[in-house]
Design a protein around this ligand. Structure first.
Ligand SMILES: [Zn+2]
Length: 361
């Protein structure tokens, strides 16, 4: 059982969890009530007995060995069963070639589909179908990073037909899988290099949206980044988009609802979305960004994903600082990062110690 691998709970933690009816602690211990002879999970809705009338025990098995019966109201023994059912369903999804239906998953673990859907969603955070889709899309990204045919990658990732992969990818990646892997093959990228208040600015876009905003770069940098794309200078029609971006450099607090077309892994996309959610004039730490995407331990990876951002200012990686308040890094130089923050009204009182990286931030 999953709970066997978790460390034991100390009494103070257990009492606090029982008092707070903390669902997250269900399965970690049970409360055995002397006066009634029953045992409960921490979140049981029943009234709390007096402290001298209950024991804290490690498991239902231990309580039963002492002659207690399971509470009919909170069903403490179902907690372990629920966790096992979810673990088995996750394993089934991960090992299945095609995506298992909800009916099949529920049947395999012995629950009704409706109940299982709710249970799974509450524990995992997304429905079984969404979990399977995310897993499949993640596998496709991995496969695309390796050599081989695109269609092989699509089938290897568990898609039944390329059309589904393209539908998933369009929502997540901007570019289609093949265009992404082939360095922009089949894409036309328009660009302009213009002066801005922070220096020379490259603005580039496909017909779907902006694919590069950067400082001190030119057409040659675009060709390295998108070797297969047709790269052309922007015409008069493109100038309108460019002036929106230049205005954004002058005033990064402008609400910018500009179309984007950038490729990234699921993790990078999540980090970039988290960056776009930081309001102008506010900053976050790399740790906070990692936590915002549900990966609190991945602070370094979050920093790298900030640095891999293709759309300077529009995806405001300049709003991320180190935990100690220092600037961290910035792909286009710390002076630009500081000036961007000043334009947004963030006071320039951060220490510069220990900064060398061009990548992060
Ligand atoms: Zn109970």
């Amino acid at each position: 059982m999953l709970t066997d691998t978790l460390p034991p709970i100390d009494e103070a933690t257990a009492l606090a969890a029982f008092e707070a009816r903390d669902k997250a602690m269900d399965g970690r211990f049970v409360i055995a009530v002397r006066t009634t002879g029953i045992y409960c999970k921490p979140s049981c809705p029943a009234r709390r007995p007096r402290r001298e009338n209950f024991h804290i025990l490690a498991s239902g098995a231990e309580a039963r060995a002492l002659g207690y019966r399971a509470c009919m109201r909170c069903k403490p023994d179902d907690v372990g069963r629920d966790k096992e059912a979810i673990a088995r369903a996750v394993a089934l999804i991960e090992t299945s070639e095609a995506m298992p239906t909800l009916d099949r998953l529920a049947d395999a673990v012995g629950y009704t589909p409706h109940h299982f859907q709710r249970l799974f969603t509450r524990a995992v955070g997304v429905s079984p179908a969404a979990y399977a889709r995310a897993l499949r899309a993640g596998r496709l990204e991995e496969a695309l990073d390796q050599e081989g045919r695109i269609t092989d990658a699509i089938y290897d990732a568990g898609y039944e037909a390329p059309s589904r992969a393209y539908a998933d990818a369009a929502g997540r990646l901007g570019m289609s899988p093949s265009a992404w892997r082939k360095g922009g093959a089949g894409k036309t990228i328009r660009y302009a290099v213009v002066d801005s208040s922070l220096g020379s600015l490259l603005v580039a876009a496909t017909d779907k949206g902006l694919c590069r905003i950067s400082f001190d770069e030119d057409e040659a940098d675009l060709r390295v980044r998108f070797p297969q794309a047709r790269i052309v200078e922007g015409d008069a029609g493109f100038a309108a988009l460019v002036s929106e971006v230049v205005a954004l450099v002058d005033d990064p607090s402008r609400a910018a609802d500009l179309p984007v077309d950038v490729a990234g892994t699921a993790f990078q996309q999540a980090v970039w979305a988290a960056l776009r959610a930081i309001p102008a004039g506010e900053t976050r730490t790399y740790s906070q960004v990692a936590a915002a995407v549900g990966r609190p331990a991945a602070v370094r990876a979050a920093g790298t994903a900030c640095g891999d951002n293709s759309l300077a200012i529009l995806i405001p990686c300049h709003r991320v600082l180190r935990t100690d308040g220092s600037l961290g890094g910035y792909a286009y130089g710390l002076e630009r990062k500081e000036r961007l923050l000043e334009k947004e009204g963030v006071a320039g009182r951060r220490a510069h110690h220990g900064e060398r990286g061009r990548r992060a931030g």
